[in-house]
Design a binder for this molecule. Structure first.
Ligand SMILES: C=CC1=C(C)c2cc3[nH]c(cc4nc(cc5[nH]c(cc1n2)c(C)c5CCC(=O)O)C(CCC(=O)O)=C4C)c(C)c3C=C
Ligand SMILES: [Fe+2]
Ligand SMILES: [Fe+2]
Length: 318
């Protein structure tokens, strides 16, 4: 089949269970946690541990967490990613915009099969991770390399993209003007094992650079904000400072109101809606704080779709 000049943009996110049930969560976690980019233990050790201990226990507990945030259209990560792709499509009428998930559905191989049948000639893959990590971005690339059947260009990261930085800063300003401003702004990013960073993963450096750029745009002083890492998984040492103990320490120091923003997540998901807006908000109050206000991800906001559409167009010109 001859390819055409038609180009496509494939937005790729992490993925999420198809239902808030232990079975669906188990299928999702099994695929996610067997990715050697994510858990680097030897397979002979990890596979039986995962199947025998972790999946049976974790799937039930995590399914209840998903149930607490589930939307009429599905998992928030799936709903927001779908809506974001539609918003980007509106801005790129001359291209085909699709989305896919690294784990679960719709899969990356299925997306490439669909693009091939639509006779698309060239694809820009835009992983929805502002900061590059081997555990996320490189893992998307692993599958893209295997699945692609046409010329493909991948965007590595956009952690300092001016339009993206401005969109995040504007969303914080909008939140402040609607709800008032807390005494501290907490920037909480998904964590990584410290070992992964020690082995050369640029994620932590890029997270810090994003914080610096957003803070500069907002004109904040160093005592106005804190940069933390959330979502520890397993027994290893992860990036620090950790979000929850930091919030508890702030509350004990007498801080009554904090705002939390998560610029490592393109769209809201379990880690923001349940972990930050529910779990960490409770912990902050139990430690003596009055209110943790969570600032939502950019999701399908016009400024977010504008920034991503411009990134994709620039990548295509390269
Ligand atoms: C935004 C960047 C992310 C990095 C970096 C990342 C690394 C990473 N994650 C785990 C383990 C889990 N993460 C889970 C959920 C999850 N993680 C991200 C993003 C990053 N992960 C997102 C967007 C989500 C939410 C998915 C959703 O459906 O809403 C989970 C699943 C939930 C749970 O069981 O707690 C796990 C497990 C590791 C081990 C890791 C780096 C090594
Ligand atoms: Fe994660
Ligand atoms: Fe988590």
């Amino acid at each position: 089949m001859r390819m055409t000049d038609e180009t496509a943009v494939l937005l790729v996110n992490l993925g999420t269970p198809d239902a808030a049930t232990p079975g669906a969560v188990r299928r999702y976690l099994a695929q996610f946690l067997m990715d050697p980019r994510v858990v680097q233990l030897p397979r002979w050790l990890w596979a039986p541990l995962l199947r025998g201990v972790i999946l049976p226990l974790r799937s039930r507990r995590v399914a209840r967490k998903y149930a607490s945030i589930w939307m009429p259209g599905g998992s928030p990560l799936a709903v927001h990613t779908r809506n974001l792709a539609a918003a980007v499509q509106e801005r790129l009428p001359h291209m085909r915009v699709m989305h896919a998930m690294r784990y679960g559905n719709p899969s990356i191989p299925d997306a490439f099969a669909a693009l091939r049948s639509e006779r698309i000639g060239r694809v820009v893959v835009l992983p929805l991770y502002p900061q590059y990590s081997t555990t996320t971005t490189a893992s998307v690339d692993d599958i893209v390399r295997r699945a692609r059947n046409m010329p493909t260009h991948s965007v590595a990261d956009y952690h300092l993209d001016p339009a993206w930085v401005r969109a995040i800063a504007d969303s914080i300003r909008a939140h402040w003007s609607e709800h008032g401003r807390g005494e501290r702004l907490v920037f909480s990013f998904h964590g990584l094992p410290q070992r992964v960073v020690d082995n050369g993963d640029p994620y932590a450096v890029q997270c810090a650079a994003s914080v610096a750029a957003i803070v500069e745009n907002l004109g904040l002083a160093s005592h106005d904000y804190v940069h933390t890492y959330q979502s520890r998984f397993g027994k290893e040492r992860w990036l620090e400072p950790a979000t929850m103990p930091t919030l508890e320490a702030l509350a004990r120091q007498g801080v009554k109101r904090v705002d939390v923003v998560c610029p490592g997540f393109a769209v809201d998901c379990l880690e923001t809606l349940e972990e930050i807006a529910e779990l960490n908000a409770d912990a902050f109050r139990h430690a003596g704080g009055h209110a943790l206000r969570y600032i939502p991800c950019l999701n399908d906001a016009p400024a977010h779709a504008d920034a991503l559409a411009a990134l994709a167009e620039r990548a295509l010109r390269q």
